[in-house]
Design a protein around this ligand. Sequence first.
Ligand code: ATP
Ligand code: MG
Length: 426
Amino acid sequence: MAKKIQAIRGMNDLLPAQSPVWQYLEGSVKEMLAGYGYDEIRMPILEQTALFKRSIGEVTDIVEKEMYTFEDRNGDSLTLRPEGTASCVRACEEGGLLYNQTQRLWYTGPMFRHERPQKGRYRQFYQVGVETFGIATPDIDAELILMTARLWQQLGLSDAVTLQLNTLGSNQARADYRDALVAYLKEREDKLDDDSLRRLETNPLRVLDSKNPETQALLQDAPELHDYLDAESREEFDTLRKILDAAGVKYEINQRLVRGLDYYCKTVFEWVTDKLGAQGTVCAGGRYDGLVEQLGGKPTPAVGFAMGVERLILLLETLEVIPPEVMQTIDLYVCGVGAGADLAGLLLSDRLRSEQPWLRIQTHCGGGSFKSQMKKADKSGAVYALLLGESEIEAGQVTVKDLRGGTEQQTISQDELLGWLTDNMS
Ligand code: ATP
Ligand code: MG
């Protein structure tokens, strides 16, 4: 036998048994986004490498270590998108969507990062991204957060996630703070680990992210970002907090929350859980007012977030909050044995589909004994099996068998069947 070729590490198949949960989550998210008047946008998975270098930042983990970059046949440097925001900005610019108008957009699809695969961290993973353009006021920041809070509520995740909130201030405020932080850390360089030393040179704010306990202890007495905030950012942050308070959304202010990407300013937030081990952030975002201009457009305020689909699915599974009906994908399984049974089965199923389009019907194909067909019916997860034997076909009848064992098996006329199903299936 030929040697089997395996999937790439960290890139997973989504097998049919898992699809209902994915569809449930994606369906809930889409419904929620429609309820807020957001429009879908789809971008290519490949972009020019320069797009990500210029937007995410040269000295970020993503650009330094995680991108899938290669030369195509023309010698152009291309990259599999590690995230969606940069592509979305590029697409909006190219499509003329940012000229004198506001946009509320969403997308979903795979992202690619060359990280060490583990639970909740993969090399191909899915995000739902939401981006808004042209609105500078914090009411839109609040809308995005309220939207996610509503989603957690609907999915039964509210008790398992907390909102971490911060403001990074204006670019100037952040630059001033960076200088103060660098001065403080330089005096204590001997106490810093290698990673933090490197960050101190390249991207000092990321030292705040350090997981090293000694570095975190050192940061206890470091200058605080909020002492450097500009008046505008401070006011906008207060407004955001007032809206969240009024709407009953709880949050923790976390001054160390800086996010890994260069383009953020002002509001940043993360929804985190302690139920998934180290991969605790399920949704993260913030304001990026400078990015459109950085990518060659006119200055355009923008704010957005991205959710990690796999982590949300893991959370739904861990908390066991997936409604049982989600896993049931078939209502009726139609079986037939004897002469003409295959035709009769297909015709009966078709008639039912025409008259009751909401019914999900699987028609047995491929013949086999009554017993083997019933086994398949049981396995299908259907509520009822409809049986067609020669006598039923001749008499225009059908035998209805309750696969969950509630009601007695009975034989009724096919004309009566619809009424019977309507009465017996809620
Ligand atoms: P982390 O700190 O966990 O590496 P991040 O800050 O790199 O996350 P973002 O770039 O903000 O992540 O992406 C938004 C969301 O996408 C994350 O909060 C997470 O839920 C999800 N995500 C990011 N990287 C991965 C990955 N490699 N595998 C699965 N999900 C991921
Ligand atoms: Mg990361």
